[in-house]
Ligand binder design. Sequence first.
Ligand code: PMP
Length: 496
Amino acid sequence: IMEKLPKSKTLELRQKHIGGAMKMFFSHDPVKIVRASGQYMYDEQGNQYLDCINNVCHVGHCHPDVVEAAHRQMQVLNTNSRFLHDDMVLLAEKITSTMPESLSVVFMTNSGSEANDLAMRLARHHTKGTDVITLDNAYHGTVVTTMDISPYKLDRNTDGVHPIPDHVHVASCPDVYGGIYRDCDYPGEDMGEKYAADVDEIINKIHSNGRKLSCYISESMQSCAGQVIFPKGYLKNVYRSVRKAGGVCIADEVQVGFGRVGTHYWAFQPEGVVPDIVTMGKPMGNGHPVSAVVTTREISDSFQKSGMTYFNTYGGNPVSCAIALAVLNVIEKEGLLEHAIIIGQYLKDKLRELQKELPIIGDIRGRGMFVGIALVKDLKTREPATKEANETICRMKKEFILLSTDGPHENVLKFKPPLCFNKDNVDVLVNKLAVALRDISTSSEEKAKNTQEINELSHDKNNSAVVDFGRQCSGFSSSLTSEVVGEPSAKVMKVH
Ligand code: PMP
């Protein structure tokens, strides 16, 4: 199946019939993808793109084992999940075998949002608490309850109809490079403790208001916040405080789970913590919608004792379970965890070489095949290089590499490709990135110099001759509009 419509017609119908708020990558010059394989995607003209974005198609686009499992099961049976079926229990057994022993009970759902919504319900019934602690810049899903705990989205909501509710408390994002406490400002201090103290303060506030904590929820590495790796000890300290206050700890592994970190299956594991509830989705079905919540027997029992029965029409249907089982089998069969370590390290090493030459690269961080590159205007001030980051991804797209930006300032290049990404792919990526960043850095310096000169010449601050820095980017990206390159509010590649 290739193109059914010419691209112009697809765009026309999209504008007519698809909700405008449904985001598209490069919305002013979208890529039309008609097929994909492994780490490559192909547009309608047959151009091959290297995919550095798709953590969903985890073991590679259209992996034959996954396609085969879906096809086989689809031919035999697909029904709702209220019948006894082998694959649901085999999947639950397999997932829990990758987890610490206490996490032994699984609920099947269809999306990350549903999984997080259910996780909060479980927490509420178990603790009888109401209040939730979430992190700044977090995204946990698109339904009302998960929007409530997603400052990443609510902070950008302009009509004010969806404020952060009273029962939700936002703790600082523990980003030691660009967060409220930066390692450079607190040399020698225990940053894990420092950020965790924020959560302690929130817990005190909850108690002094006569309220009760239900849960703390965070990713184990924060993806939407800009590939943030937590300072050592942060999660350990937080989990201790939350449990002391009678709350439970939820790890959202929807983006970062299933072996992406390489050393472990789950991103909470390198942090040395064991959550009470884990949610997972995206990579689980390699593109097919399937997700799950894993918890302890105790928490599951509390939910059951509350009189709740959980019914989810599609959650755990035989086809979804067959697919998720196939994904886990491929991860094992192809040694993708070890591969993630090797490729991730190779990428970071190459980027660190490049960093010596290019001061626009402020920070390189990550675990396995989850890497962030923070671009900055100045290494000392760490001022985010937002426009430059946007220009970079536009340049990369022209070079047939799909890369995205993220973080509150959208200055972090986000690398989270299918796990079959290889060394040759890294070489291509870094070579092209080097060319783009060299150009962009040189041009930024020139622009800054020009701006300074013009400012010095200008007596009138409103003089139209003053260079608008943002709009100068068009030199690199002539076919792209201001949404993509220029506007400070540009939200081009929200990939969550
Ligand atoms: N949690 C995290 C960390 C996510 O990144 C996402 C999706 N980007 C979700 C939850 C929601 O998942 P879904 O879109 O499948 O509902």
